[in-house]
Design a protein around this ligand. Structure first.
Ligand code: MG
Length: 247
């Protein structure tokens, strides 16, 4: 596990801000009738025109620039010919490198009018990430952060995904520690000055269990229920916790 200096956090702030701008742009572009592949092309051009490099493309063989996961798709959806439709919830996860530092952020957006159930899932998942950010302060433990996510999601009658989570981030997209979406307060590593984490909430309307599409990447809810994904990068320091991917 690597702790970052003030200067390094400054570099991550720039990369995080750029990733946040890319995510905003992709969310604005996610309109009914366009394909997830159209969205990927848009992201590819955006990344290039801003002097950044895609973080997901070719990562362990991932074939696209962003992940787009619709409705029962949890995370890691591969952009393709599927069209975005009114009533969908669309999870967009973006990652880029700028000047050698990684920015990684995600959120799930509503396309037009969505069901009350879907709306509640989005609100609860967003709130879960906010609570996790509140818990991610110097001196707290990793289990406090994970438990904050889990508590909000489970209190609403939903479930967090067990097998995926957040991560440390820096010059590498995925660094130690792994940050699960569930945990026990007062357990796990103590959060130290200079720790930068990408906190990720993955919440399912139904069961926690997931399965995979034959494409080897797309994660699905096992019962076909809706799923939402929100991710922010945070820098934990003695001066407080800063969200690096909030505009
Ligand atoms: Mg991530």
């Amino acid at each position: 596990m690597e702790l970052k200096s003030e200067k390094e956090i400054g570099s991550l702030r720039v990369a995080g801000r750029l990733a946040a701008e890319l995510l905003d742009a992709c969310c604005r572009e996610a309109k009914p009738g366009i394909t997830t592949s159209d969205l990927d092309v848009f992201a590819a051009e955006w990344i290039k025109s801003h002097g950044a490099k895609p973080a997901f493309l070719n990562y362990r063989g991932f074939p696209a620039h962003i992940c787009v996961s619709i409705n029962e798709e949890v995370v890691h959806g591969i952009p393709g010919s599927k069209k975005i439709r009114v009533g969908d919830i669309v999870g967009i996860d973006v990652g880029l490198f700028y000047d050698g530092w990684c920015g990684d952020t995600a959120r799930t957006v509503a396309i037009g009018q969505i069901s009350a159930d879907a709306q509640k899932l989005l609100e609860v998942s967003r709130q879960s990430l906010e609570q996790a950010i509140q818990a991610a302060t110097m001196g707290n433990r990793l289990g406090d952060v994970s438990n904050a996510m889990q508590s909000v999601v489970e209190s609403a009658g939903f479930n967090v995904v067990r097998h995926y989570g957040g991560h440390g981030i820096g010059r590498q997209m995925h660094e130690d520690p792994h940050v699960p979406c569930l945990g026990t307060p007062g357990t796990g590593m103590r959060l130290k000055d200079g720790l930068v984490l990408a906190l990720e909430v993955m919440a399912n309307r139904g069961v926690a269990e997931v399965s995979h599409k034959p494409d080897g990447w797309t994660v699905l809810t096992e019962d076909g229920s809706l799923s939402a994904h929100f991710e922010h990068m945070v820098a934990i320091t003695s001066r407080g916790t800063e969200v690096l991917t909030r505009i």
